[in-house]
Design a protein around this ligand. Structure first.
Ligand code: FAD
Length: 381
């Protein structure tokens, strides 16, 4: 959007944005092809990001974070997407996993894990989805059964972001298999725990440098003190409290990627010629890009408004769901239109629009599918 800047930005955040942009350009972008090939980023990229102060930016300094707030997380995520970096699961690590520890973890858990996550020594993941259930989270089958001072975890998870690199997994389990929501708890699993095993790094249509894995728990033994919070059965509540932030973050990433697609497409159509004129000069191109720019602007202003509400503690679940479904639907529609304006080049891997297209598709699926978002919104009507 020409000349527009998010109203919540200030000088400090501009400096952070500048530092993050330079970091990603220098340390990550040169490895893009290699990371796409190997299906994951290099492990030391996490430590480099930690050293640069780009992890856990909204976690208090006493726990090793940068002491910022949600805007700092947003700025890092935006610069990552602007640089075309895909595969660095910092949104999961910093924006999703760390807040569970901060808000619900015990003091021991916070002091043990958060500084290591901030430095990149520990990579975090969260495992909700199972082979037999995703949307219906209350129907998960992975169990954690108390055995003396331990929990014994059995079950399997799938499609887990950061699964290959994760040192710490927040596992969504049933501590009471006979209950639905009230039987759900969150338990921390150290990847060195006996009985924990990583499965395949799954091959995907897009986001190919992001590791997405199966995880298995076979009589996996962890101390009972690894329960997140002081009481069993609180997991579903904890998830419902934190999912709006995750969904807002997905909506924001959708907007950044949409803006990126529009920028590269505008350059492309101005340059490319057909029938003696530039593609941009066709009325179809101008009108289609005008429509896309309008919708991208609507998305941008909506998510910016939600960021401001979130900072005041006023982000409600329905609004976050609206942003998640609408912005990701629009991301896919607009990037499709941008790809069409590239002609055959749009289908070629060497053009960025091709990757933006395949990377976008999953945005309508994870973080709760867009159908589930509409279900949640409808309940508030
Ligand atoms: C790349 C990637 C990364 C992921 N990362 C993670 C992660 O880090 N951690 C994690 O736990 N999960 C992760 N997931 C899993 C993701 O959150 C789930 O795939 C998603 O929630 C949908 O669950 P499902 O795949 O079981 O689909 P299903 O629940 O089987 O849904 C199938 C279809 O039915 C529809 N549907 C289901 N219920 C309803 C309903 N009530 N009303 C209308 N329609 C309905 C869905 O919208 C969908 O279209 C990831 C997935 C992918 C692809």
């Amino acid at each position: 959007m020409n000349g527009y800047e998010s109203p919540w930005k200030n000088d400090e955040l501009r400096i952070l944005a500048d530092a993050a942009a330079r970091f990603f350009e220098r340390e990550f972008v040169p490895h893009t092809e290699k990371w796409l090939e190997q299906g994951k980023i290099d492990r030391d990229a996490w430590n480099k990001a930690g050293d640069a102060g780009l992890l856990l930016t909204d976690i208090p300094v006493e726990y090793g974070g940068a002491g910022g707030d949600y805007r700092h997380e947003t700025v890092v995520m935006e610069e990552m997407h602007k640089a075309g970096v895909v595969g660095f699961g910092a949104q999961v690590h910093s924006t999703i996993v760390a807040p569970y520890l901060l808000h619900y973890g015990t003091e021991d858990q916070r002091r043990h894990w958060l500084p290591k996550m901030a430095s990149g020594d520990v990579v975090g993941a969260i495992a909700m989805t199972e082979p037999n259930t995703g949307s219906d989270l209350q129907a998960i089958r992975t169990t954690a059964v108390r055995d003396g001072d331990d929990y014994i975890i059995n079950g399997s998870k799938t499609y887990i972001t950061n699964g290959q690199h994760a040192d710490l997994v927040i596992v969504v389990v049933k501590t009471d298999p006979n209950a639905r929501a009230k039987g759900v708890s969150l338990v921390l699993v150290d990847s060195r725990a006996p009985g924990f095993e990583r499965g395949r790094n799954l091959k995907k249509m897009g986001q190919k440098a992001a590791d997405t894995s199966e995880l298995f728990f076979s009589d996996c033994r962890v101390p009972a003190t690894n329960l997140v919070g002081d009481e069993e059965g609180k997991g579903f509540y904890q998830l419902m409290q934190q999912l709006p932030q995750e969904r807002l973050s997905i909506a924001q990433s959708a907007v950044v990627c949409t803006e990126r697609a529009l920028a590269i497409t505008t350059d492309y159509v101005k340059d490319r010629k057909a029938f003696g004129q530039s593609i941009m000069d066709f009325q179809n191109t101008k009108f289609r890009l005008a429509e896309c720019a309008t919708e991208a602007t609507i998305g941008r202003t909506f998510v910016d408004q939600l960021v401001e509400r979130h900072l005041k503690g006023e982000l409600d679940a329905a609004s976050a769901s609206m942003a998640k479904y609408w912005c990701t639907d629009k991301q896919c529609e607009i990037i499709d239109a941008c790809l069409q304006l590239h002609g055959g080049a749009g289908y070629m891997d060497e053009y960025e629009i091709s990757r933006l297209y395949t990377d976008a598709r999953v945005q309508k699926i994870y973080g709760g599918t867009n159908e589930i978002m509409k279900e949640l919104i409808s309940r508030t009507l």
